[in-house]
Design a protein around this ligand. Structure first.
Ligand code: NI
Length: 166
């Protein structure tokens, strides 16, 4: 039932270069938004790679698509940490982080579940999280989501239905 509720909304976060970014900064662009964390061993890298490949496979139309990675691990994912991480996927991938409150607000807006889970027998922790890719239109409105593990080809197929015809 949750997908009947409004998804998306305002956010104010810090990008991987240390600049404040809000949702309003991205009007006019299609957004592919993914919530995850840089220490995620496999799911996040796989989905981010698919997003990056999709943007490239779209060719010139891909310029209209801005991929965003919003951290759900504000303790470890500093702007500096994100700056090490995002360029390995795509030169235009923007990493966003913030304080616990700001991250929670952004995640709640997108109905993202995440929780800190301690690793047994150590002081380390991991983050359980949902891994949907959200599509937001140039007007800032939510267009839909892709399930975790969606291929680049599938992303391209659906994005082409939303992007203006060349
Ligand atoms: Ni992950």
């Amino acid at each position: 039932m949750w997908n009947r509720e409004p998804v998306g909304g305002p956010f104010a976060l810090t990008d991987h270069t240390g600049q404040t970014r809000t949702d309003a900064d991205f009007r006019g662009q299609f957004l592919l938004i993914y919530f995850g964390f840089t220490y995620c061993p496999d799911i996040c890298p796989t989905d981010l790679q698919a997003m990056a490949q999709a943007v490239d496979q779209l060719g010139p139309a891909g310029e209209l698509v801005q991929p965003l990675f919003i951290s759900v691990d504000p303790e470890r994912d500093t702007a500096e940490q994100l700056a090490q991480y995002v360029p390995s996927f795509h030169p235009r991938l923007i990493g966003l982080t913030g304080d616990t409150e700001a991250i929670r607000q952004a995640a709640d807006a997108y109905k993202v579940y995440y929780a800190k889970v301690p690793r047994p027998g150590s002081s380390e922790f991991t983050i359980e999280h949902t891994g949907f890719v959200y599509l937001v239109g140039p007007d800032g409105r939510y267009r839909g989501f892709f399930p975790p593990g969606t291929s680049a080809e599938r992303l391209v197929h659906v994005l082409k239905q939303h992007l203006p015809r060349p």
